[in-house]
Design a protein around this ligand. Structure first.
Ligand code: KIV
Length: 294
């Protein structure tokens, strides 16, 4: 079944959970499509997972377009959302619409996601008016890391919890068709999910959300360092990759790889003729001549 804005909203109405993962490349996109994941996010987390930055702030619209277009070529039924990176929409409503348009035209995204609540409602309205579906992102918004003073759970006191609830209502009112809730207490996320008619997609926001999103390297266990509390390792791919890389290294050095079954063969008669021609004086002279010319 093809996932669309409407089908994702109908899933909420039926009480069916929505699965979403980040993705940044064609091969992984093909696997997620085959696995039946509902939606893929080209998250600006690619700045950290793919580019090695310590946060998402340096990511550009061109970076997102590059990865989004690659992923789009692997998808058929999975819905594709592209993140709007830092300063691609905060600067003006004009920039927001122009950059959202680029993500759709050049990246082949079907929707864009941007961080912020009431403060970005003008941008959300304008992008939706340009017929580009918008996913909002509230709670912990990693592009505000310097304002928040780090990656911290949001909405633990009355004031901030009410502000997140108000942001959720504001982005729905502005026309967002879905909203990501990042790192907010489970009870608050459940309340917001009940209050809104649009689906909520949680990351570190508990099971009361209408769907879940995770960064795929996190859920595959590809990083051995820090594991956030909300991440579950569904596999230990990082260990398996390391094991395969060291086995490859050892087999290249011991000449165990490539083995007979990996080699291409030539007809022995053809090879004998090649060897005989290669040993003639004329062939060696022509090789010297070519070397001189080079
Ligand atoms: O960039 C990203 O991967 C995200 C998810 C964490 C929701 O925004």
């Amino acid at each position: 079944m093809k996932n669309t804005v409407t089908s994702l909203q109908e899933m909420k109405q039926r009480g069916e959970k929505i699965s979403m993962l980040t993705c940044y490349d064609y091969s992984t996109a093909c696997l997620m499509e085959e696995a039946g994941i509902n939606a893929i996010l080209i998250g600006d987390s690619l700045g950290m997972t793919m580019m090695g930055y310590s946060d998402t702030l340096p990511v550009t619209v061109d970076d997102i377009i590059h990865h989004c277009a690659s992923v789009s070529r692997g998808l058929k039924d999975t819905f594709l959302v592209a993140d709007m990176p830092f300063m691609s929409y905060q600067t003006s409503v004009y920039d927001a619409v122009k950059n959202a348009g680029r993500l759709v035209k050049e990246g082949h995204a079907q929707a864009v996601k941007l961080e912020g609540g009431a403060s970005v409602c003008q941008q959300i309205k304008a992008i939706v008016n340009a017929d580009i579906p918008v996913v909002a992102h509230i709670g912990l918004t990693p592009q505000s890391i310097n304002a928040f003073g780090g990656f911290k759970v949001q909405g633990k006191n009355i004031e901030r919890a009410l502000q997140i609830l108000e942001d959720a209502k504001a982005v729905e009112e502005a026309g967002a068709f879905m909203v990501t809730l990042e790192c907010v207490p489970e009870e608050l996320a459940t309340l917001i999910s009940k209050e809104l008619t649009i689906p909520t997609i949680g990351i570190g926001a508990g099971n009361g959300c209408d769907g879940q999103v995770l960064v795929y390297q996190d859920m595959l266990g590809m990083f051995s360092g820090f594991k956030p509390k909300f991440v579950k390792h569904f596999a230990n791919i990082g260990e398996e990759m390391k094991r395969a890389f060291s086995q490859y290294d050892a087999e290249v050095k011991s000449k165990a790889f490539p083995a007979e079954e990996h080699n291409f063969k030539i007809d022995p008669e053809v090879m004998a003729a090649v060897e005989s021609a290669a040993s003639t004086k004329e062939f060696k002279l022509s090789l010297d001549y070519e070397t001189e010319l080079a």
